[in-house]
Design a protein around this ligand. Structure first.
Ligand SMILES: [Zn+2]
Ligand SMILES: [Zn+2]
Length: 284
């Protein structure tokens, strides 16, 4: 593991830090709404090594008043691919107890897994954990009869996390979250999948979370979803709408599965889009 696994960016008066949590191998069975041959072709065009890999980022927002973690990564589910979140916080001089708020985008295991340790103890004991209401209701509820095996595992992981840290959790309704942070509903990947827009001074960024998992495939082909989209058709509509909006507005975007440091711009390119990574700067 190379040591350069945190990345800081100033957003007005705030500091947004990307923390790499893990990078794991994926398969070409993951993309949906696209022929496997076409997915393989786009991957090859990107000059990435095969098999493909997926990046897992976590974001930390320091506002001056608060230290807010936006999702928590895989935790114990990372296997031997991580998790690096706590080591990376330590590199910043932060202990888990320094985090006062955890903002959850959706209740998938790679976003809430880091809330608990291997013994199901809360990892961020001082934090209020804000969860989109529809996510908590859906994933905290009964497992649907038609749930696939993978979905059943996601529900079981969610139930375990909710049992362990439910007393720290609060339902998030509406769009106002905290000063400078608004919730942007982006449903489809999961029922109440939510992005967060951070604004301070003249700067802003949309953290769109799981709109894209395989950038080399889904930017050129925004129709392509992934096997863990709860509603593949709705996820596709949401993805296409938000990509079009960001290409038009030229707003900065961050994503939990965009390649580290997971920050950049969306631009149109032919029938699809291209991702322009933010250029690293030596000073924050
Ligand atoms: Zn997800
Ligand atoms: Zn995810």
């Amino acid at each position: 593991m190379q040591p350069a696994n945190v990345h800081q960016l100033r957003i007005g008066d705030f500091i947004l830090t990307t923390l790499l949590d893990a990078q794991m191998e994926a398969s070409f069975a993951l993309p949906q709404n696209i022929d496997e041959d076409e997915a393989r072709r786009l991957h090859a065009e990107s000059r990435r090594p095969t098999p493909p890999r997926i990046t897992f980022n976590v974001y930390l927002l320091e506002t001056g008043q608060q230290k807010i973690l936006i999702d928590t990564g895989l935790g114990g589910l990372a296997g031997d691919a991580g998790p690096y979140l706590l080591d990376n916080l330590k590199a910043l001089g932060l202990a888990p107890a320094d985090i006062d708020t955890v903002l959850i985008t959706h209740v998938h295991p790679d976003h809430v897994g880091g809330l608990i340790d291997a013994e199901d103890n809360p990892v961020f004991p001082q934090a209020t954990v804000l969860v989109p209401g529809g996510e908590l209701d859906y994933w905290g509820g009964e497992i649907p009869d038609d749930a696939s095996e993978a979905q059943q595992r996601q529900f079981q992981a969610a139930h375990r996390v909710i049992a362990a840290v439910g007393s720290q959790m609060q339902h998030l309704e509406g769009t106002e979250v905290l000063p400078g942070i608004t919730r942007v509903p982006l449903p489809g990947h999961t029922p109440d999948h939510s992005g967060y827009r951070v604004e301070s001074g003249h700067d802003r960024i949309l953290l769109w979370t799981d709109i894209v998992h395989m950038p080399q495939i889904q930017f050129p082909c925004p129709d392509a979803g992934v096997a863990f989209d709860t509603d593949v058709a709705q996820a596709r509509e949401t993805r296409k709408a938000i990509m079009a909006e960001l290409a038009e507005s030229q707003e900065l975007v961050g994503g939990h599965h965009l390649d580290f440091p997971g920050i950049g711009y969306v631009v149109t390119d032919g029938e699809g889009y291209r991702f322009l990574p933010h250029v690293w700067q030596p000073t924050v």
